[in-house]
Design a protein around this ligand. Structure first.
Ligand SMILES: Cc1ncc(C[n+]2csc(CCOP(=O)(O)OP(=O)(O)O)c2C)c(N)n1
Ligand SMILES: [Mg+2]
Length: 889
């Protein structure tokens, strides 16, 4: 069937045009579409030889990509599938309405799943594999706020009970219910991927598909036909994460990836592109990015109209309507469609003169037609060489009738009136008594009924149900701590940074028995962190291998790309790198291989820039290491305000499964990484690590005896006061630890004050321990109180505590409740500056002199030192009371 297009008014020679078009028709008829495509390409080249530029057009006519005559028949039992789908629709709706009856404003969404049901059901019945021959199956990123539909389907499959559905959004009752949205953290046997923060599903799906290839190309998993499907809303595509990484898909030829955009033309507030066409906009974006685009716009009942339209007017009318109008056509009924859509041209009115208003109203959009959807999916899974996007035109609030369908407020509709419920139940042919409808009873096919048997068979044929999160068994043995012997032995007099100390730990791991599992991920910053030697050692992953001789081939550390390369060099994308980390850090569950990702990046561009992806990683039960390189607001010199990170540990503290350490020495890093591997992979704790490492060079001592526990808990005494009991305690971390050591000397030599120096490796962990202990004490008033680790560690220590950090003061201040008025914090509140470390630390008041001065002042306030002497001391140390507060500077 040829879609007719009208002659353009600017056509100077319509006869000639029609001859050319006829020739093309002939070529297609005789040689097929591929031959036609080849000829068009040759014509383009020939035109270019003569300086003729063919206009670049990234959109195709506003109609289905797959013509009717290329469709294959639907393989399922349409009638039974419709029945099942209607039941799912009903349960999804009643779940939300009921929840809001019981709990006013508990929330939930009806209209999104209403638009998605066919797209989901065709997938569940025919495309989404729970497994392939015992191997993990397809990965589906479900549209987050359509979750009631997924729950309703699982109920029909017998995987969830009525009680679960009743407890939608009731997670904390006697019988736990269902989480609002997909959260592996909350429903670890059900949801695989958190998707409801718009944009994160698509970018995570993209990198998941690439990571799948990575694992295959490295020979870590077997190749299977499995696909990654991402379902997203058309409004969701406004998020930069949704479309920002599309070219990765085509560059990497990810034909294992399918996006399905549920184009119901609406978002939360109103139309996505009222004045335009979101589908055409997306078509151009995806096509421009090299994707295979399949538009599913019109249902089968439009096909006869297209066939009978001899003028091309129907397509013209479709192309000229903007989405705001399309919304009206669904919201306002058949008479409106006749008048405002067909009525624009008398020929079109004529075309539908035998159609009733009801028939016009029910002309379906492609995304609601199983045949069209099936064909699109079928074509997508068989497409080779590029990812596919399916742009499915749907109706938001489909079936909700007047007041729901296509209305602007439909997104948030969660309470329905009785007539609305009645309408819905009739619309979807619910075959149960009115009483049940009134009570919003959940329904499923009777046991052993044809529908029940059908579902069973389909699920079986698909290798099991989805969504489902199955943590496959894996083996893991933590390498011995000895693997890191160089780090434990110290650097002697050689100066090194904690960044390079971390790289040494990573290299040691790459020589250990778990070497193959390590996945270094770097967003174009390897040289900054001294990791470039890894390029030639383990290779950079490149799906096509290395097609050129690298410019530095004659050097030892050359830029080696390889098909089985181990490093993921992501280019300048922290979001993409985080998505890779997410794929790698959940591979233990998704693929049954305990990959150990290390994502090393500029710490400033981590938690604050991609914090939501990190949050979702926690939700995903992700494991692995985030390594914030060149951290510390005064340690990273020269770079200034946008680069100097003084707060990422604080943000890290807000992620429940994130364990942060701020190590000062190489041996601390070794102990922390070693313990992290044990906890995450051997003991199966669903946590991940964040290390801040810095670029200041200094000597790293040999690991002292007996501090292992302290390093991991968060604090240990490193250098007690020389001879006699200390009257001041100094806390330091990271490179600022050296300032604390220097302050210890200043206090001793200039003021004869003895101080102990402690390395605080993690304020966050110390606080968590203290808060946990305190809670236990609160809940067990009849038991002897337990003591937080920080209090135990400091037992017997005396005097003020000066805690100096390269991060904001709030970080150490977290411990104040347990330190009884002893704590003075020196941190780096305020915007950074570009200068050297000496000036930066003086500016932010966390250098040795400021630490010593703070100790003197606090001793005065405690009545242990003379005020005048202290004032003179401050002067000697070069500390002026007139100095501007860096927090506001
Ligand atoms: C990052 C983010 N911002 C805002 C929201 C709130 N929100 C939830 S759904 C929604 C509208 C979604 O529209 P669309 O993607 O078109 O999905 P539809 O419901 O129309 O299928 C919004 C704004 C969110 N979940 N995540
Ligand atoms: Mg939408």
């Amino acid at each position: 069937m040829h879609i007719k297009k009208l002659e353009a008014s600017e056509d100077l020679n319509p006869l000639e045009t029609s001859e050319w078009l006829d020739s093309l028709d002939e070529v297609i008829d005789e040689g097929g579409p591929d031959r036609a495509s080849y000829l068009l390409q040759r014509l383009n080249e020939r035109a270019a030889d003569f300086g003729v530029t063919a206009p670049l057009k990234l959109t195709t006519p506003y109609t289905n990509t797959i013509p009717k005559d290329q469709e294959i028949p639907y393989p399922g039992d349409r009638k039974i599938e419709r029945l099942i789908k209607n039941y799912v629709r009903w349960n999804a709706l009643s779940m939300v309405v009921k929840a809001n009856k019981n709990d006013d404003n508990i929330g939930g969404h009806i209209s999104t799943y209403a638009s998605l049901a066919t797209l989901m059901e065709v997938g569940q019945n025919h495309f989404f594999h729970g497994s392939y021959d015992g191997q993990p199956g397809d990965f589906i990123y479900y549209q987050g706020h359509a979750s009631p539909g997924m729950y309703a389907r699982a109920f029909i499959e017998g995987r969830l009970t009525e009680k679960h559905l009743e407890n939608f959004r009731h997670e904390l009752r006697d019988h736990p219910g269902l989480s609002s949205y997909p959260h592996p953290w909350l429903m670890p046997d059900f949801w695989q991927f958190p998707t409801v923060s718009m944009g994160l599903g698509p970018i995570n799906a993209l990198y998941q598909a690439r990571f799948m290839r990575y694992l295959e190309n490295r020979g870590i998993i077997a190749k299977t036909p499995r696909k990654v499907w991402a379902f997203l809303g058309d409004g969701e595509t406004d998020e930069p994460e949704s479309l920002g990484a599309l070219t990765l898909g085509s560059r990497e030829k990810l034909d294992n990836l399918i996006f399905v955009v549920n184009c119901n033309l609406q978002r939360l507030d109103g139309p996505v592109r009222g004045n335009g066409q979101i589908i055409s906009e997306l078509e151009a974006a995806f096509r421009g990015a090299g994707w295979n685009v399949i538009k599913v716009l019109w249902g089968s009942d439009w096909d006869p109209l297209f066939e009978r339209d001899t003028t091309g007017l129907l397509l013209k009318r479709m192309e000229e309507c903007v989405d705001g109008e399309y919304q009206n056509f669904k919201a306002k009924g058949g008479a409106y469609v006749r008048q405002h859509f067909f009525g624009k041209y008398p020929e079109l009115l004529e075309l539908v003169k035998d159609y009733s208003d009801e028939q016009l109203a029910s002309l379906r959009r492609g995304g609601h037609d199983p045949i069209k959807v099936f064909n699109a999916y079928h074509k997508a899974v068989n497409h080779v060489g590029a990812p596919t996007v399916i742009l499915a035109k749907t109706v938001k609030g489909y079936g909700l009738g007047e007041g729901g369908e296509g209305r602007n407020a439909t997104h948030q509709q969660k309470k329905l009136t009785e007539p609305q419920i009645q309408y819905f139940s009739k619309r979807f042919e619910m075959d149960f008594p009115e009483e049940k409808v009134k009570k919003l009873d959940f329904v499923r096919p009777e046991d052993n009924s044809p529908a029940a048997e059908y579902i069973k068979k389909r699920v079986e044929a698909m290798g099991g149900p989805l969504p489902a999160r199955v943590v496959r068994p894996f083996e893991f043995k933590t390498p011995a701590l000895e693997v890191f012997h160089d780090s434990l032995a110290g650097s002697g007099t050689r100066a090194a940074s904690t960044t390079s100390a971390f790289v040494a730990v990573l290299k040691a791991l790459l020589k250990s028995e778990v070497s193959k599992l390590v996945v270094p991920i770097i967003p174009d910053e390897a040289r900054t962190f001294g990791m470039d030697s890894l390029f030639s050692q383990i290779g950079i992953y490149a799906s096509q291998g290395q097609l050129y001789t690298p410019v530095d081939k004659d050097m030892v550390m050359y830029y080696k790309e390889a098909k089985d390369g181990q490093i993921l060099e992501e280019g300048i994308t922290e979001a993409g790198s985080m998505a890779s980390l997410t794929a790698a850090g959940t591979a233990y569950a998704n693929y049954g291989v305990p990959m150990i990702p290390f994502f090393v990046y500029y710490s400033m561009f981590g938690f604050q820039r991609i914090g939501d992806l990190i949050w979702a990683f926690g939700d995903s039960r992700g494991k692995g290491f985030l390594v914030g390189g060149t951290a510390g607001r005064t340690t990273l010199l020269g770079e200034g305000l946008q680069h100097q990170d003084g707060h990422s540990p604080l943000i890290a503290s807000t992620v429940p499964t994130c364990i942060h350490y701020d190590p000062a020495f190489a041996y601390e890093i070794a102990v922390i990484v070693h313990d992290g591997l044990r906890r995450m992979y051997e003991d199966r704790e669903d946590v991940f690590y964040y290390l801040t490492v810095c670029n200041e060079n200094y000597a790293h001592p040999k690991m002292p005896e007996g501090i292992n526990e302290g390093i991991l808990k968060g604090i240990y005494k490193y250098r007690p006061a020389d001879g006699g009991k200390a009257t001041v305690q100094l806390f330091g971390s990271g490179p600022i630890f050296n300032e604390a050591l220097r302050a210890q000397e200043i206090l001793a030599t200039k003021f004869q004050i003895k101080a102990d120096v402690w390395s605080v490796t993690s304020y966050n962990e110390l606080r968590r321990d203290a808060v946990d202990t305190e809670r236990w004490n609160r809940l067990n008033p009849d038991q002897p109180a337990k003591t937080p680790y920080i209090v135990k560690a400091l037992e017997g220590s005396q005097g003020p505590i000066v805690a100096a950090t390269d991060y904001v003061k709030t970080l150490p201040d977290q411990l104040a409740p347990w330190l009884k008025d002893r704590l003075v914090t020196l941190g780096t509140d305020g915007f950074g500056r570009s200068d050297n470390r000496q000036y930066l630390r003086r500016h932010f008041e966390n250098d040795a002199e400021s630490i010593a001065a703070a100790a003197l002042s606090k001793l005065v306030r405690d009545g242990k030192f003379d005020g005048k002497k202290a004032k003179k001391g401050l002067e000697e140390l070069g500390i002026s009371p007139e100095k501007k507060n860096p927090a506001h500077a």
